[in-house]
Design a protein around this ligand. Structure first.
Ligand code: NI
Length: 154
C-alpha cells in the first residue's frame, strides 16, 4: 500500500468527468487499498479517485456506519434536506455550508464487481453526495455558502 498525493483545487483533473470502471482487477484493488490508507491518514470522511488523479468512478467513505467502497455508483433517489458544514481534502483549510439531501439511496459495485444497495442518512448521505459530485468534476465550494478559512471556526 502507498499514500497517494491528494490534488488541490486548481488542478484541472478535479474538474473532469470520471469514467466508469470496467475491469475489476488487481489495479482496482491496489487503488482502493491506497485510497483507504490515504483517507485514514488524512482523517477524512471520504475520498474520490479523481482527487488522487485517477479519473475513474470510484470513491470511498469512512463514517460511523463503517468503511465503504463505491464503484460506478448510481444515485437511485434522494429525500429531505440537511444544511451544514463541509470541507474537502482537495480544498485544504476551508469550510462552507452546503444543502444536501437528508437521505440518499445509492447502488454501486464493490471491488469484485458485485452490485449492492445502501440507504444512507444524515452525515453518511452528505458524504456520499459530496464524493459522488467529485466524479462529475464538481466541488462543494461551487455550491457552499459562507466559505471560510478553517481558523475562523475557532
Ligand atoms: Ni471532497
Amino acid at each position: 500500500m502507498a499514500l497517494l498525493q491528494i490534488l488541490q483545487v486548481g488542478d484541472e483533473r478535479l474538474r473532469q468527468i470520471s469514467q466508469p470502471v470496467t475491469s475489476f482487477d488487481l489495479n482496482l484493488s491496489n487503488l482502493l487499498n491506497d485510497m483507504k490508507e490515504t483517507l485514514i491518514k488524512a482523517k477524512g470522511a471520504g475520498l474520490a479517485a479523481p482527487q488522487v488523479g485517477v479519473l475513474s468512478r470510484v470513491f470511498v467513505v469512512n463514517v460511523e456506519e463503517g468503511y465503504f467502497e463505491f464503484i460506478n455508483p448510481v444515485i437511485l433517489g434522494v429525500s429531505g434536506s440537511q444544511y451544514g458544514v463541509e470541507g474537502c481534502l482537495s480544498v485544504k483549510g476551508k469550510w462552507g455550508d452546503v444543502k444536501r439531501p437528508k437521505k440518499v439511496t445509492v447502488k454501486a459495485q464493490d471491488r469484485f464487481g458485485k452490485w449492492f444497495k445502501i440507504v444512507a442518512k444524515d452525515f453518511f448521505a452528505k458524504a456520499i453526495c459530496h464524493e459522488y459530485d467529485h466524479l462529475d468534476g464538481k466541488l462543494y465550494i461551487d455550491i457552499a455558502d459562507n466559505l471560510r478559512d478553517e481558523d475562523a471556526e475557532e
